[in-house]
Design a protein around this ligand. Structure first.
Ligand code: NAD
Length: 295
């Protein structure tokens, strides 16, 4: 079993750290928010005094932070110098590819292993230990880290070199943002044509229109009992997080000169939804805005 430092004990980080501890690893956690440290301690996670304290003597240091600037700030703070040679730094935050590659360079320059390993599966997946990890970095660092990641996830995929995990994450979520808007538009068109939600679901969920946005996350109440539509669009996956990921995909597309017009359109839709005060609503709740535009 490994000694693990965990930095960032928020909605995702706390249950992930708790699962590592429950699997028998020795976890020491740190967060800027004292109440998160207390909540993690209740799950058996040790309280570190600082990020440096988290890293000293650790085999792995995991970060689960809001954005690229936070990962770079933590990596710049002295945490790399506090760790023993060969510790693997694993950043699980969803961040821009450029910052992810910079974090790798910083870790490698300090003699550390490094992975970017963003996740899919949300808070429910973090609690259940069923996340998907998309990892970028060397095969050696991936193989070394896989057993620890398996305590938090069901599917651990090595996507390629530095930044490849973040690239896979933003490409996947660009598909998701676009497909959710398409599914919502189809349900609203069906409503206007007098088609019942259940009839459209029964056909589209088993036909060529099938996708996760219909089968697991159907944006109308009824057909999929566990979807947030049945719970007044409580997240779930908040629209502001979808917007964050879509903007990361557009930033990456601009950087490499890729034309992603549907991704840009999805980012615009979610931007307007967030500006209308709906950022905290589940991302499938965008059907309400589409219905309003049709009324
Ligand atoms: P969160 O805001 O709940 O947690 C982030 C935590 O980091 C906070 O507790 C904050 O205090 C802490 N933090 C910030 N800067 C710090 C620092 N310098 N040192 C120590 N702690 C610091 O966010 P979250 O929902 O847990 O998301 C974390 C990451 O996971 C984000 O990048 C997000 O995009 C990604 N993600 C979230 C979800 C989700 O459903 N919430 C799903 C997949 C991926």
């Amino acid at each position: 079993m490994a000694r693990i430092g965990f930095i960032g004990l928020g909605n995702m980080g706390l249950p992930m750290a708790a699962n590592l501890q429950a699997a028998g690893h020795e976890v020491s956690g740190f967060d800027l928010a004292a109440q998160n440290m207390d909540a993690a301690a209740e799950k058996g996670v040790g309280k570190a005094a600082s990020v440096e304290d988290c890293a000293s003597d650790a085999d792995f240091v995991l970060t689960m932070l809001p954005a690229g600037k936070d990962t770079i700030a933590v990596y710049s703070s002295g945490v790399l110098q506090a760790a023993k040679m060969g510790t693997v730094f694993i950043d699980c935050s969803t961040i821009d590819v450029t910052s992810a590659r910079r974090a790798h360079d910083m870790a490698k320059a300090a003699g550390m292993g490094s992975l970017d390993a963003p996740v899919s599966g949300g808070v429910g997946g973090a609690q259940a230990g069923s996340l998907t990890f998309m990892a970028g970095g060397s095969a050696a660092d991936f193989d070394k880290s896989k057993p620890a990641l398996e305590a938090m996830g069901k599917r651990i995929v090595h996507c390629g070199d530095a930044g490849a995990g973040q690239a896979a994450k933003i490409c996947n979520n660009m598909i998701l943002g676009i497909s959710m808007i398409g599914v919502c538009e189809a349900f609203v068109l069906g409503e206007k044509l007098g088609l019942s939600h259940q009839a459209l679901f029964d056909v589209a969920s088993t036909s060529s229109g099938q996708c996760w946005s219909i089968t697991s996350y159907c944006p109308v109440p009824g057909p999929v009992p566990a979807s947030p539509a049945n719970n007044d669009y409580e997240p779930g996956f908040a629209a502001q997080l979808m917007l964050k990921d879509l903007l990361l995909s557009q930033e990456a597309a601009k950087a490499v000169g890729a034309a992603t017009s549907m991704g840009a359109e999805a980012a615009r839709h979610y931007g307007e939804f967030a500006e209308a005060g709906q950022g905290g609503v589940d991302f499938s709740g965008i059907i309400k805005a589409i219905r309003e535009r049709n009324s």
